[in-house]
Ligand binder design. Structure first.
Ligand code: ASP
Length: 321
């Protein structure tokens, strides 16, 4: 059976200094678990949609990542979550933004796609819909992580908004042990269909109902069997302006670029020229995988039906023996 699955847990200026052996093991384990869960589905005839949702749920349930349980704090000390999902064989999509309390935002995005006549719901309406379809909610305390709260206090003091995973490596400037980012998954299933999913808490200290690229179809998430499936991570404003996920797909569909070349153009040329740092994961309809970033690192992993598990954060592969 031919299939591919790739995931990310955010990109940014990740500190090598604080990436201790204990942390390496913790990240490796959860990334590997997400890949294995998705692979198990794909190897047994599951769909790309089921695989990307299952992988993202595992990452949402893990406090190491800025999505679901580990979502960053807004300026008001809340957690406002964005997510989206898309299937490449029928161009169906579901997205949610500015949602509070939903345990697994990616499940809500899928429910919007499959159980509503809409594509994009936000705020209290999206929460009402989540209740209607019976999705679990959690109290604010479930989403509390001390590191991210400390991160908020620092961002408030400096009056900045920031990527969860970006940090200044100077011990003097950066006494915090900041955690990492947005999560996403892309897959090709044995039926030849691709799918993509992305979920995030957005930016620490965000205000005024700010919504990022992760919930925007074409910006943070896109899937089309004619080209590829893409999930992005980075400073969302650049990814919205660059319509990044759709741009990769367009370069393949209209210009005939390979997956690698299309990702290279978008991430290492166009996004760099715009001044953004971040990355994306993508899979094409042939099962090729591309994990592309222009930041210091990106939490990422992939597995193809005929290749060993690959897990990495920086340029070199992360191996845990
Ligand atoms: N792209 C996300 C946003 O801007 C943040 C991230 O990737 O960590 O909301």
């Amino acid at each position: 059976m031919k299939y591919s699955i790739a995931i990310h847990g955010g990109a940014g200026t990740i500190s090598r200094r604080r990436f201790t052996p204990d942390k390496q093991i913790a990240y490796y384990q959860v990334l590997a678990q997400a890949i294995k869960t998705a692979e198990n589905l794909l190897a047994n005839g599951g769909t790309a949609l089921a695989a990307v949702e299952a992988a993202v749920i595992i990452l949402e349930d893990c406090p190491l990542f800025n999505a679901g349980k580990g979502a960053v704090f807004t300026n008001e000390g809340k957690h406002e979550m964005d997510a989206s999902i898309m299937t490449g064989h029928d161009l169906q999509a579901g997205a949610i933004a500015f949602v509070h309390g939903v345990r697994n935002p990616i499940r809500l995005a899928r429910a919007v796609m499959e159980q509503s006549e809409h594509v994009f719901l936000c705020g209290t309406g999206a929460e009402q819909f989540a209740r209607k379809v019976g999705l679990p909610f959690e109290p604010e305390s479930y989403f509390f992580t001390q590191d991210r709260y400390t991160q908020l206090l620092k961002a408030q003091k400096e009056d900045t908004i920031q990527l969860d995973h970006s940090e200044n490596d100077s011990p003097k400037n950066d006494p915090l042990d900041k955690k990492h980012g947005t999560v996403g998954a892309v897959a090709l299933d044995s039926y030849g269909n691709v799918a993509a999913a992305t979920s995030t808490g957005g930016l620490t200290n965000k205000k005024f109902g700010r919504i990022g690229d992760s919930s925007i179809i074409g910006a943070g998430t896109y899937a089309n069997n004619l080209s590829c499936a893409v999930s992005c991570t980075g400073y969302g404003e650049f990814y919205i302006r660059g319509v990044v996920a759709y741009d990769v797909s367009c370069l393949m569909e209209y210009k005939g670029l390979s997956l690698d070349d299309a990702c290279q153009v978008v991430i290492n040329d166009k996004q760099v020229k715009m001044g953004s740092d971040g990355g994306l994961i993508a899979v094409d309809a042939q099962g090729n995988v591309c994990l592309s970033y222009n930041s210091e690192g990106m939490y990422r992993a992939y597995k193809r039906h005929n290749s060993p598990l690959f897990v990495a954060v920086f340029d070199e592969e992360l191996r845990i023996d």
